[in-house]
Design a protein around this ligand. Structure first.
Ligand SMILES: [Zn+2]
Length: 59
């Protein structure tokens, strides 16, 4: 189940929606900012249908 969460890019500071698959309890992936296209790392803790926590790390 995909849930959208508003996140802030650590590079350019813009907010955009990130979709997270909440059927995975704990995950880490790299995504690109929709605005500046630079990559950063996301750690997500989820339960089905809900995002419990998101951590953004610039890399
Ligand atoms: Zn950006």
């Amino acid at each position: 189940m995909l849930v959208a969460e508003s996140i802030q890019c650590p590079h350019c500071g813009q907010f955009f929606d990130l979709f997270v698959d909440t059927s995975v309890a704990s995950q880490q992936f790299t995504t690109d900012c929709e605005v500046c296209c630079r990559p950063f790392e996301v750690s997500a803790e989820c339960e089905p249908g809900r995002i419990l926590g998101l951590e953004i790390t610039a890399n």
